[in-house]
Design a protein around this ligand. Structure first.
Ligand code: FE2
Length: 362
């Protein structure tokens, strides 16, 4: 048993920078079914930006937007479109985590500071990762209010669809940079490399990518990192890098314990998913063996299945949720499997390429 050299409890929250936080919050409330539970803005004394806190299961999402011209957030949003800006970790000791990370080579995004109100205080610091993305360290052990100081409590329930938590967050980085970030997660945050895929594993006739999965010491935080590989045409990673303007978060995987329910609800609410060829389901039984779900139901919903040594998993990928072909979501239901659906990559990428072809970006 190796020692965890950088203890991280869990993902504390994921912050998006968006152009219009009110509309983003409404979208995630009415499609993914998140409850809007917090707000900051002019009414709470925030003069330059607004934010909404959304919750479902253990997952907390924050959508922040600038409300004045010339705000530094605005230039980031102009560059990238709406994007995931912060994957924040809950840690025991923010100052210690920050000091250790910086000693090990992390670039400082924000030195430790405290947010305080009459319910206590929350300590926060941030380090830079790829592109304009950061990891914040958060500790709220000395706070008994809601989330963190500065937020007003909101009670605008969504209609939750069984999302339990984040399963993993995937970053796309530039060609040749995957191993840099793999080493960075290993050196700075003590993560280990769970799985690697090379372009042989996951290439199609046209495009290829390389991927490595990094996991925190306790295994609760997982970050696959993708880079493009040479293909006959432009890969989906190249397309992301071009439209995003560099490296960034490509998808967030949300965990459910009833994927048929979750995906049925999302479809009923208008969320669009990548479609897979019907032939995929003809081959499914041979590929994954016995599963509890009815294959016809999975086929109707477009849910993919893969098996590893420990069990199987069901997963599906949305189309991009932003105007740009950048951020999308995965819904994942694990039935023992701890992997990421390698067996689906090829079927999936062919589906993505059909979408790319429609966009003329293949
Ligand atoms: Fe994924």
């Amino acid at each position: 048993m190796t020692q965890d050299t950088f203890p991280i409890r869990k993902v504390h929250h994921i912050r998006h920078y968006v152009n219009n936080a009110r509309q983003a919050a409404f979208f995630y409330q009415h499609t993914f079914g998140f409850n809007i539970t917090g707000y900051y803005g002019l009414e709470t004394g925030s003069k330059d930006e607004v934010g909404y806190l959304l919750e479902q299961g253990d997952l907390k999402l924050v959508f922040s937007a600038p409300i004045r011209p010339g705000h530094p957030m605005a230039s980031k949003i102009a560059e990238h479109g709406d994007f995931v800006q912060d994957i924040a970790f809950e840690v025991d000791d923010v100052d210690e985590a920050f000091r250790t990370a910086v000693e090990r080579g992390a670039e400082i995004a924000r030195t430790p500071f405290s947010l305080e109100d009459d319910r206590g205080s929350v300590r926060i610091a941030s380090i830079q990762i790829y592109g304009d993305t950061v990891h914040s360290f958060v500790n709220a052990d000395r706070y008994d209010g809601h989330f963190m100081p500065g937020y007003r409590i909101e009670n605008e329930p969504g209609d939750p669809i069984g999302i339990i938590d984040v399963d993993h967050c995937v970053g796309n980085v530039e060609l040749g940079r995957m191993n840099y970030w793999v080493k960075w997660y290993s050196d700075v945050l003590g993560f280990s490399n769970l799985i690697s895929f090379d372009d042989q594993d996951i290439s199609t006739d046209y495009t290829a990518l390389m991927s490595k999965v990094m996991a925190s010491g306790n295994g609760r935080v997982k970050f696959p990192i993708n880079e493009p590989a040479e293909g006959k045409k432009k890969s989906q990673i190249d397309e992301f890098l071009e439209f995003f303007g560099g490296a960034g978060v490509q998808h967030v995987a949300l965990r459910t314990d009833d994927i048929i329910h979750t995906v049925s609800r999302l479809r009923a609410r208008g969320i669009q998913f990548l479609s897979v060829p019907r032939a995929y389901y003809d081959m499914l039984g041979d590929r994954v063996g016995d599963i509890e779900e009815d294959i016809d139901v999975l086929a109707d919903l477009g849910i993919l299945v893969d098996r590893d040594d420990e069990g199987y998993l069901l997963q599906i990928f949305t189309k991009p949720v932003t105007d740009r072909p950048t951020l999308f979501y995965e819904i994942i239901h694990r039935k023992g499997a701890t992997s990421f659906g390698k067996g689906n990559f090829k079927a999936l990428f062919e589906a993505i390429e059909r979408e790319q072809a429609l966009r003329g970006t293949l």
